[in-house]
Design a protein around this ligand. Structure first.
Ligand code: ATP
Length: 336
């Protein structure tokens, strides 16, 4: 039976990379019936709703979404669609694999990186609780709860165990935020006790940042509260080739939305220059989630072969190919 998946093409380069993903997924042979819904800055501006009801209803029905980027204006304007969607569907785990791509040259060519970052997605300094105490004095409240910390820790350990990983590292600043980050660590330790076959360690976030650029190969699975997760996952994406290749997933207990880390890239939209690799790698994660494990592996390997050959790559990673030509190259590798 075909999988029903909600497709949100988004705006900017979203429709180009989403179309590439649809074509490549079709070439894997996995039967997918797309439920296409529109979510774009234009639509939000026209309706005034940051999250149209039909988009939420579709994902509630299908349980799985593949999503291109949607523009969020900086300052003013509407709320980030990503934050709204995350909250509405309780997508509490932001999962970002950070994996070297042979053939894609970076400053870290000499080490093969393969880590997965689990970022808590719902609280911390993203709770939106800011307050002007008196003029020119602002407080911004960091919320850490047992419930949210335990479920992100459990997601990280469960993934580590299922994927035969060795180590889970919790990142914190509990030496300063003794209560808040202290609670986060206690929850991680409690879950770690259920997985005695996995190594568990802890690193203070400033030290972790330095270690990520000096000895990134030591990392396997990382689990972090929201803000540290946001910053370190972009840092880690930079280690393996940047935004064009960085995949992600937002997971909850009921729903999952797969999307690239990059934004709508208005500077290159509509020019056939967008690199669809990030959304294709997000599609690999989606196939895994759908238990289409063999297809996931074939797609992952097909993308890797295109990079290893080195021709057919888009300009952001040093090539001259268009979005369409890169997509064709991946499809050829899948079928060949
Ligand atoms: P947002 O605020 O929506 O996250 P942003 O402007 O911070 O957006 P991006 O839209 O991700 O960031 O773009 C940052 C830079 O990276 C731009 O120059 C863009 O062209 C480039 N870029 C992002 N994604 C891709 C991609 N898939 N292929 C090629 N270049 C990309």
């Amino acid at each position: 039976m075909a999988h029903r998946i909600t497709l949100i093409a988004g705006d900017g380069i979203g429709p180009e990379v989403a179309e590439a993903a649809v074509r490549v997924l079709e070439a894997t042979g996995v039967a997918i019936e797309w439920d296409r819904v529109e979510l774009s800055a234009d639509r939000i501006r026209a309706t005034g709703e940051s999250l149209p009801a039909d988009v939420v209803a579709s994902i509630e029905r299908t349980k799985v979404g593949l999503k291109g980027p949607v523009t969020t204006p900086v300052g003013g304007g509407f709320q980030s669609v990503n934050v709204a969607l995350r909250k509405k569907l309780d997508l509490y785990a932001n999962v970002r694999p950070v994996k070297s791509m042979p053939g894609l040259h970076t400053r870290f060519d000499d080490v093969a990186l393969d880590m997965v970052i689990f970022r808590e997605n719902t609280e911390d300094l993203y709770s939106g609780l800011e307050h002007e105490v008196v003029p020119d004095v602002i407080t911004s409240i960091k919320v850490i709860t047992r419930t949210a910390s335990t479920r992100i820790a459990r997601a990280a350990f469960r993934y580590a165990s299922r994927h035969l990983r060795k180590r889970v590292t919790a990142i914190h600043k509990a030496n300063i935020m003794k209560l808040a980050d202290g609670l986060f660590l206690r929850c991680c330790r409690e879950i770690a006790a259920d997985y005695p076959h996995l190594i568990y360690n802890e690193l203070i976030v400033d030290n972790a940042s330095m270690q990520l650029v000096t000895r990134p190969e030591q990392f396997d699975i990382l689990v972090l509260p929201n803000l540290y997760g946001d910053i370190l996952s972009d840092l880690a994406a930079g280690l393996v080739g940047g935004l064009g290749v960085a995949a992600g997933a937002n997971l909850g207990d009921q729903h999952a939305v797969f999307e690239s880390v990059h934004g709508s890239a208005p500077d290159i939209a509509g020019q056939g220059k967008a690199n669809p690799t990030a959304l294709l790698r997000s599609s690999v994660m989606m196939l895994d989630h759908l238990k289409e494990t063999a297809a996931a592996r074939r797609l992952d390997e097909a993308i890797a072969r295109v990079y290893a050959k080195g021709d057919g790559l888009t300009p952001d990673v040093g090539g001259t190919a268009t979005t369409g030509q890169f997509t064709e190259a991946v499809i050829r590798e899948l079928k060949g």
